[in-house]
Design a binder for this molecule. Sequence first.
Ligand code: AR6
Length: 192
Amino acid sequence: MIRIVPVKGDITRQHVDAVVNAANNRMRGGGGVDGAIHRAGGPAVLQDCIARFPHGLATGDAGWTTAGDMPARWVIHTVGPNWNAGQRDRALLTSCYRRSLEVADEIGATTIAFPLISAGVYGWPRMDDIAAAIDTIRETPTRVREARIVAFDERAYLEVCDALKGRGLLEPPANERLQPRVSTGNTSGTTR
Ligand code: AR6
């Protein structure tokens, strides 16, 4: 079963097999996550976009390139619906999360980091985006073991945590999980 891990921070710094980019149809860079990924990955990402996607990508679809200089090995680019431009078909948004996992399976990525696709410049209501992300990731058959949902700010991060908690999916933080249980009572039955 896939683990969904909430993370607060910058997606370009994630040590995972693949980071997902919230791109646009042209696939030649942009602002937000897209700008950050092209800056951190360097020119190799754009070169690969041009070589592998001469005509860009359809909304709801996904495809991979190198991650260039980032710690990840691949970028999985996906094009979310632009709510602000009237693209409000939720199936296009869930398709982005599903297609990204399918591409991850194609390339053999088992750890992946998602941004909140369409929830920035494209204006998709964030709570609904978070629900779409979690439910689609859980429902898509995949060999991916860990999917991080990377939120850029504290508020979005807490919303992701709440949505996971509401579904019984929020795991305790790693440091709590790893802490050995310390017994306080003297259970040996002897006195010292
Ligand atoms: N790491 C993680 N999350 C981030 C980062 C980052 N470095 N930067 C922003 N976010 P957006 P969209 C969050 O606008 O709505 C571009 O110009 C951000 O707070 O990046 O799908 C493309 O070229 C928000 O919650 O993507 C397209 O034209 C989420 O990531 C268009 O924007 C997505 O915000 C795509 O718009």
